[in-house]
Design a protein around this ligand. Structure first.
Ligand SMILES: Nc1ncnc2c1ncn2[C@@H]1O[C@H](COP(=O)(O)OP(=O)(O)OP(=O)(O)O)[C@@H](O)[C@H]1O
Ligand SMILES: [Mg+2]
Length: 467
């Protein structure tokens, strides 16, 4: 399985292994060089002592051969090196061991150097069957400035190799341990990442299938990116759930609003056709049909407008105009209804107040607000329209003395098709007016709000930019 865990473990293991490989190789070389040079210095020092002591005394006859042998064997054990004396012809004249496999060619090479009065240091592969590396030190034995013999110290470098091998083993053990630790830590870490990701994947699939009830619990005591992702995801599902609910209720609302006028139209038309409606009542019922058709037309226009506004397909056609003139124009359109309902309108808007906005859209706002202020007003009620300028913004208020809106429903009136009281909308509102108003104000990046008291009246205020 190519899981995140697998990828992490492979990557970390490679990093650690390569790291330790480099570290091990460098360490190996350094220690080898160090040990070899240490041994070399030690042997050269000892060779000098022997060449100017024991060997010299033996050659000058101060020391008997047996005595020398005894001393040399003792030294061999102490130095862990074979000790040889050779003559000018490269013949071994004394050997601390029974045999040392050093070939003649090399022996002669060392002899040449030593009899020139120099110290020879060589690494040689010595052995009968299995060749091993040896360190050979050649030291001249000098009498009266003449080299009379060569002293050879030969030691195996195996000891150093063994030490290095041990080091290597330790390094590999540490590497293995590190990998194990990495395995455990990455497991714990990736589980923290993988588990929520798997849950997210599952939940996404369910959401795609239409189940919006998905909620993923946020892991305890964590405020990392994963928790952030989960909470964003939960927020998204919540929004989607709301949206889905809105979509469903929108469809059912639209169907409902379309069906009632259509049912009436159908009833009237059928009545006319099958003569249930007498001929002299025909015009009356056709007028009703016409009203229902107008209502349908209005509804469809409002829906179209709302959808255009919501899809952001409308480009604001900004201009500077007097807000007073817009309000006056709209008031004239309602003149008849205002008179019928005996409403008293007070207009206190600054006639010179110029705002910058989309004139047609703002007319719609004023139109819808006035429509509501009349529709939900009492007979003989009042409407009060006024303007204010605060902090470089125009505040336009339309206040009525109508039925008012209960406090807890004030948030809902902006939603599509929302009507406070279905039975109250005798005047055939569908509940889209304020949604359109809200969208237009939103498009202008302005604000609108309501203050209202049931039975007393409502006050809608919106803001606009000055020119
Ligand atoms: N001035 C007001 N006074 C009292 N209630 C109001 C007022 N304005 C709006 N409302 C309430 O808010 C609801 C939503 O208003 P909105 O203008 O969106 O719809 P509508 O007037 O019913 O229908 P439409 O405007 O689409 O013809 C109304 O049904 C009404 O209950
Ligand atoms: Mg309305």
């Amino acid at each position: 399985m190519k899981s995140i865990y697998f990828k992490f473990v492979v990557t970390y293991t490679i990093i650690i292994a390569v790291g330790f490989l480099i570290f091990g190789t460098v360490l190996n070389n350094l220690t080898e060089n160090y040990f070899v040079s240490q041994k070399q210095t030690q042997l050269v020092g000892e060779a000098e002592k022997i060449a100017t002591g024991l060997a010299l005394w033996y050659i000058t006859g101060f020391l008997e051969q047996d005595r020398l042998r005894f001393e040399i064997r003792f030294l061999r054990d102490y130095l862990n090196a074979s000790i040889l004396l050779i003559n000018k012809n490269a013949n071994v004249i004394l050997n601390s061991d029974e045999q040392v496999y050093i070939d003649d060619l090399n022996l002669r090479k060392i002899r040449d150097k030593v009899f020139e009065g120099e110290i020879a240091v060589k690494k040689l592969l010595i052995g009968d069957m299995i060749k091993r590396e040896y360190l050979v030190i050649g030291y001249p034995v000098v009498i009266n400035n003449h080299v009379v013999s060569g002293l050879l110290l030969i030691t195996s470098t195996d000891e150093i190799r063994q030490t290095l091998k041990m080091y290597n083993r330790i390094i590999w053990l540490i590497t293995l341990f590190e990998v194990l630790v990495v395995l455990i830590i990455t497991y714990a870490l990736t589980q923290r990442i993988i588990t929520p990701i798997k849950k997210l994947a599952q939940a996404s699939r369910k959401i795609a299938e239409g189940d919006f009830s998905q909620k993923i619990p946020i892991p305890n005591n964590s405020d990392d990116e994963i928790s952030e992702l989960i909470s964003s995801f939960n927020y998204m599902t919540e929004k989607l759930e709301n949206l889905e609910m809105m979509r469903k209720s929108f469809i059912s609302n639209v169907s409902h609003e379309l069906r009632s006028p259509l049912t009436s139209i159908r009833g009237f038309v059928e009545g006319i056709l099958d003569k249930t409606i007498p001929d002299d009542k025909r015009d009356f019922y056709l007028t009703l049909v016409k009203e229902e058709v107008i209502k349908l037309n209005n509804l469809i226009n409002q829906l179209l407008e709302l959808s255009r506004l919501e899809w952001g397909k409308i480009n604001l056609n900004l201009s500077e105009f007097k807000i007073y003139s817009v309000i006056a124009e709209e008031l004239i359109k309602f003149e008849k209804r205002i008179e019928e309902k005996e409403i008293d309108v007070t207009l206190q808007v600054d006639e010179e107040l110029v705002v910058k906005a989309d004139r047609d859209l703002i007319s719609r706002v004023v139109h819808n607000l006035l429509d509501n202020a009349i529709k939900y007003n009492k007979v003989g009620g009042k409407i009060y329209i006024y303007s204010e300028v605060v902090n470089g913004k125009a505040y336009i208020t339309i206040q009525d003395t109508g039925v008012g809106i209960p406090e807890k429903l004030q948030k809902l009136i902006w939603e599509r098709f929302y009507k406070v009281d279905e039975s109250r909308s005798l005047e055939n509102g569908v509940g889209l007016g304020l949604s359109i108003v809200k969208e237009i104000i939103k498009l202008h990046k302005q604000n609108i709000w309501v203050e209202s008291e049931e039975g007393v009246g409502s006050k809608f205020t919106f803001t606009l930019d000055l020119k």
